[in-house]
Design a protein around this ligand. Structure first.
Ligand SMILES: [Mg+2]
Length: 245
């Protein structure tokens, strides 16, 4: 074991090094023109961000993230799902893959996951579920970890909350049937990932592409280091198994 039964890994900026802000910008400016026949690109971006915000802030729990997003997006635009869904689908199939140039994949991601799995840890891909499964699987391919046997991948089709809502982490705990004390959340964002500490989940900030946040989020960081140091961190924990907090 590695000291924890379940490891929760963020993807963007953690297992897949990238400047998240820059990637999001590239994603939006590439996506928007495909909808030009229906809406001016600038307005499309605004509507997409508005619906995404509504999805992220939703606390209802009875609807999946995808349902919240589409209800919001279609409810306030004149988009016809029959016309626009195929455009999204085509975009994710043939254009989204080209966005990999905005990421900097590292073999360390595979090394960390393989070693953790070899020590008997279960792996959860705890990526913020704001993307469809197809876009998550594509990014896993860029990261060179598409074949890693994740116990759970949090996509927007099945999850009911987004980070940094604590209910997002609670939903993972329920799905994987694990106690907070047996989990480690590994991510690059003090606000969105390390917030899991407020539930009693141990946290590890990967500093390679760490997002800079307010001072007050620092209290939730239990451990920190470069991705390269994570393997030795997990090794050191395995010797102290049963004695970690
Ligand atoms: Mg991240």
């Amino acid at each position: 074991m590695c000291g924890f039964r379940v490891l929760l890994f963020d993807l963007d900026g953690t297992l897949l090094p990238m400047d998240t802000g820059q990637f999001l910008q590239a994603y939006l400016t590439t996506l928007a023109p495909h909808f030009a026949p229906f809406m001016p690109p600038e307005q499309f971006v605004q509507e997409l961000l508005r619906a995404t915000r509504e999805m992220v802030e939703n606390t209802e729990g009875s609807k999946t993230n995808a349902e919240v997003f589409w209800e919001s997006f279609l409810g306030k635009t004149s988009f016809d799902p029959e016309q626009t869904f195929p455009v999204f689908e085509q975009f994710y199939l043939s254009v989204f893959p080209k966005l990999h140039v905005h990421t900097q994949p590292t073999p360390l991601a595979r090394e960390v996951l393989t070693k953790a799995a070899a020590r008997g840890c279960e792996l959860v891909l705890a990526t913020n579920p704001v993307f469809p499964r197809i876009a998550i699987e594509e990014r896993l391919r860029w990261a060179g970890i598409a074949d890693v046997p994740f116990r759970l991948i949090t996509d927007y089709e099945t999850m009911h909350y987004c980070k940094p809502n604590l209910s997002y982490f609670q939903e993972i705990l329920e799905k994987v049937e694990v106690d907070t004390a047996d989990c480690l959340m590994i991510g690059n964002d003090p606000a969105e990932d390390m917030v899991a500490a407020e539930l009693g989940i141990s946290t590890y900030l990967v500093e390679d592409c760490a997002v800079v946040r307010d001072e007050h989020t620092a209290a939730n960081i239990n451990h920190r280091g470069m991705l390269e140091e994570l393997v030795s961190f997990l090794d050191s924990r395995s010797f102290n198994n049963g004695h970690h907090k």
